[in-house]
Design a protein around this ligand. Structure first.
Ligand code: SAH
Length: 364
């Protein structure tokens, strides 16, 4: 079916409401996931390094103008300690994520990456927003393996509205993602689902972008309104009733399942935002509808509450060890197992990172 998925088919699925037909989509996505990436669930320990942000994204609680938020920035030693916990829990990767914070300088991040690699040997993913090419290159040379940057929506007008550019220059995240790919990073992107103004047609285009950009990782989560942001208010403009995609759990599952069919060997998280809107078993259902990755939170507990990109985040008070136990049980319950090793993307049996070694990047 994958090869034969036309735009009409994709749109039909995005708008599908019949439970029996949707059950077929879930089965197909789950089978495709099993065939191409297996039953291993790769665990990426998430370290939310800083909640300082110079941007003004309309959707995100970390936006600079949100004065109600207490700001924090982890020290290098705190990040290292979290990475050691990831290692102790058997995770293969740590993800350093933050708001766009210039105090996380090129040199500071490079040094932390080197220390993590030297001490733990873990794969390191960075998700630090739109940074200069020089920083991105330096971090890659310091040993960073992957970079995550969602393009959020392919609707350029909507993106510019919800994500104002720097110094009046609109952001072009897709162009930046191409650069990131060119530097030899395994590259991840993704979208939010159900942003006010986001149409079915634009989600269809998002799926086409996923297919055409050959991303190594794709994350899709529900938009969760934050009351202290412009998009969290009641008076936010929405698309026409029939065109607006809902920010529902079901809509997220549909996009995840279709993404698995279009990009069978991609690494796809069952996101924390999904686990937040269905705390009981959103995580598991995501893993049964295309996903093969989970990102347990390793941020020190006192900081976690402050990394408030959206409200009421799940698992905010659990220690790393509690999370670890809970997650293992949840995986076993659905017949899956934690992955071993870095869990990079394999394309036809070959690990992606091996095809694009750092040495080539340096020479480029
Ligand atoms: N500063 C980095 C990391 C941002 S947080 C960057 O911009 O890439 C990571 C992701 O959280 C964002 O890309 C966005 O897709 C998601 N996010 C932010 N606010 C959200 C909200 N209110 N609801 C759901 N997801 C949100």
């Amino acid at each position: 079916m994958r090869g034969s998925l036309t735009d009409d088919d994709l749109m039909g699925w995005l708008r599908e409401t019949d439970a029996a037909r949707l059950a077929q989509l879930w089965t197909l996505a789950d089978e495709t996931r099993r065939t191409h990436v297996g039953d291993d669930v790769h665990l990426r320990g998430l370290i939310e390094v800083s909640n300082h942000c110079t941007r003004q994204c309309g959707y995100c609680g970390l936006r600079g103008e949100n004065r109600g938020l207490t700001r924090y920035r982890m020290s290098a030693d705190e990040v290292l300690e979290a990475a050691r916990q990831a290692y102790a829990c058997g995770y293969g990767t740590v993800v350093m994520q933050a708001g766009e914070d210039p105090a996380l300088t090129g040199a500071w991040v490079a040094d932390v990456v080197m220390r993590i690699k030297r001490e733990t040997g873990l794969a390191v993913t960075l998700s630090l927003g739109e940074r200069d090419r020089d920083d991105l290159r330096a971090w890659r040379e310091a040993g960073a393996d992957r970079y995550l940057l969602r393009f959020e929506t392919s609707d350029r007008k909507l993106f510019q509205f919800i994500h104002p550019g720097r110094r009046g220059q609109p952001s072009d995240r897709l162009a930046l993602l191409r650069e990131i790919q060119g530097l030899g990073y395994e590259t991840g992107s993704g979208i939010m689902m159900g942003v006010p103004g986001q149409t079915y047609a634009s989600v269809l285009e998002d799926l086409r972008v996923f297919r055409d950009y050959d991303f190594d990782m794709i994350g899709i989560g529900p938009f969760i309104p934050h009351p202290d942001t412009p998009l969290g208010g009641r008076e936010v403009p929405r698309a026409a009733a029939d065109e607006q995609v809902p920010n529902s759990e079901l809509m997220v599952y549909k996009a995840m399942a279709l993404t698995r069919l279009l990009c069978p060997d991609v690494n796809m998280p069952s996101t924390s935002a999904l686990a937040t809107i269905n705390r009981r078993d959103g995580r598991e259902q995501g893993l049964q509808r295309g996903a093969n990755v989970v990102m347990p939170n390793l941020t020190p507990v006192p900081y976690r509450r402050l990394y408030a990109i959206y409200p009421d985040k799940a698992c905010i008070n659990e220690s790393a060890t509690t999370c670890h136990g809970c997650l293992n049980r949840r995986l076993l319950n659905i017949g899956r197992r934690p992955g071993r090793g870095p869990g990079g993307r394999h394309v036809r049996g070959v690990e992606r990172g091996v095809r694009r070694p750092v040495a080539t990047v340096r020479g480029a």
